[in-house]
Design a protein around this ligand. Sequence first.
Ligand code: MN
Length: 277
Amino acid sequence: MAVRRLLPTRGRRLVGPWCFLDHYGPTTIQGRGMGLGAHPHLGLQTVSWLLRGEILHRDSLGSEQIIQPGQLNLMTSGGGIAHSEETPARHGPEVHGVQLWVALPETARHGEPAFEHHGTLPEIGIGPFKATVFLGAFGGVRSGAISHSPILGAEWAALKDGEAEVSLNPAFEHAVVLLEGRAALEGEPLEIGSVYPVPSGRDGFKLRAERGARILLLGGGPFPEPILMWWNFVARTPEEMTVARTAWERGDFPKVAGNLPRVPAPTLDPSSLRLRR
Ligand code: MN
């Protein structure tokens, strides 16, 4: 499957608390489809968002949830959780979506793990767009999903050709990501596979799109803590990474149901880890 790693990159590590973004597909499902066996997370929230298809999530809390387009799966790792993701037995012909991570601040990163599924999310019409707010608040509507930092996650779907002035919180950093179709930001055409950062201080931009375009808008207050990222973990020190890796390799994390093989941790060289702001 084609996967575009859009965060982190050499040029940009974070957009507010958003620290990871993979955009995958659209891909025609072959055979049994995708299957990512049990793997751990630490210090972050995983955000699953689909444009097409469906994915079955299972985690070590016992959650078992199919997600479909327009819905949100939000898993808060707190101090440790494991999950698996796979194409369910009954599925459509294609899958297309994004997988995002939100870094947890010090106040939340040692907390209890949690999983939420939101089958319906607040939507607002802005010019030719339908905006769905899956994290944080925008335009007077607020997602019911739990967040631990000032944040925005929304998808803009162009229902017809046209443009709109998009208001922004000037205290936030933002980024725009084209997921499908054709769109332009302040008159500049967007390309699929790129992240378009909007620095804090801006209070809006002009977004033009052709019918069918889908655009991700991410934002948040500048994340106040330097973070360490390695494999599926967000932490602060190499020692924390070593402890978490050892716990996973020993089988100390709670189990995930299902038949997929667990994912072994890669080799860790603690001296290679760098704190990032
Ligand atoms: Mn995961």
